[in-house]
Ligand binder design. Structure first.
Ligand code: HEC
Length: 176
C-alpha cells in the first residue's frame, strides 16, 4: 500500500520534471528565435531558396523591348521611386543605411538579383517582399513603369557613375 503511494508520487514527480523540461525547451526555442536577427534568416541560403519559391511569375516575359529610350525611362522612374534605398545606380551608392537594414539592401547588379527572371523582378516590384523593407508598388506604378524598371535593372550603369542621391550628401534640395 505504502509503496503504491510512493510509486504514484514518483510518477507524478517525474511527470512534473518532464513538464518543466518541456517548458524550458519551449522557452529556450522562443528566446533563441527572438534573439536571431531577421537579417540572418534572410541572407541565409534557406532564405534565398524560400524566396525563389515565393516569388511568382517566373515565366512572364517583359513585353517592353530593351531600347535606349525604354531603359532611359526606367532610369528616370528608378530615380523617382527606388533610389532612396537602392541609390541612383541600383548599387546602393551613397545610401547610408543600406547595410544596416534587416535584411540589407542588396546590389541589384549582384548575381543573386540578376538570377531572377524578368517576370520575377516585375513580381518583386509589384508585390514587394514580405517582412523586408522592400515595398510593393502595385497601385502606385503602372505596369509599363514597372517593366521599364526591370529593363533598367538589367542595364545598370557602372557602380558610382551617377553619384549619390543629393538628399544624403548634405545638399538640401530645398536650398536656393
Ligand atoms: C524603403 C526602401 C526600398 C525602396 C524604396 C525600394 N526597395 Fe527594393 N529592396 C529593399 C530591400 C531592403 C531589399 C532586400 C530585400 C531582401 O533581401 O529580401 C530590396 C530588394 C530589391 C530587389 C531584389 C530582391 C531580392 O530578392 O534580393 C529588387 C529587384 C528591388 N529591391 C527593386 C526595387 C525597385 C525597382 C524599387 C523602386 C520601385 C525598389 N526596389 C524600392 C528596399 C527598398
Amino acid at each position: 500500500m505504502k509503496s503504491g503511494i510512493r510509486k504514484a508520487a514518483l510518477v507524478a514527480l517525474s511527470g512534473l520534471l518532464l513538464l518543466i523540461a518541456l517548458l524550458g525547451g519551449v522557452f529556450f526555442l522562443l528566446g533563441g528565435v527572438k534573439a536571431r536577427r531577421p537579417g540572418e534568416w534572410e541572407t541565409a541560403a534557406m532564405g534565398r531558396a524560400k524566396r525563389w519559391i515565393l516569388v511568382g511569375d517566373k515565366s512572364t516575359q517583359n513585353p517592353m523591348p530593351a531600347t535606349k529610350e525604354n531603359i532611359a525611362m526606367g532610369q528616370q522612374n528608378f530615380s523617382h521611386y527606388c533610389f532612396a534605398c537602392h541609390g541612383l545606380d541600383g548599387q546602393n551608392t551613397g545610401v547610408p543605411f543600406a547595410e544596416s537594414m534587416s535584411p540589407p539592401v542588396p546590389s541589384l547588379a549582384s548575381a543573386d538579383v540578376q538570377a531572377y527572371t524578368d517576370g520575377q523582378l516585375h513580381w518583386i516590384i509589384s508585390n514587394g517582399l514580405w517582412l523586408t523593407g522592400m515595398p510593393a508598388s502595385k497601385g502606385i506604378l503602372s505596369d509599363d513603369e514597372m517593366w521599364s524598371l526591370v529593363l533598367y535593372i538589367r542595364n545598370l550603369p557602372p557602380a558610382g557613375s551617377l553619384g549619390e542621391p543629393a538628399m544624403y550628401s548634405g545638399e538640401s534640395v530645398l536650398e536656393p
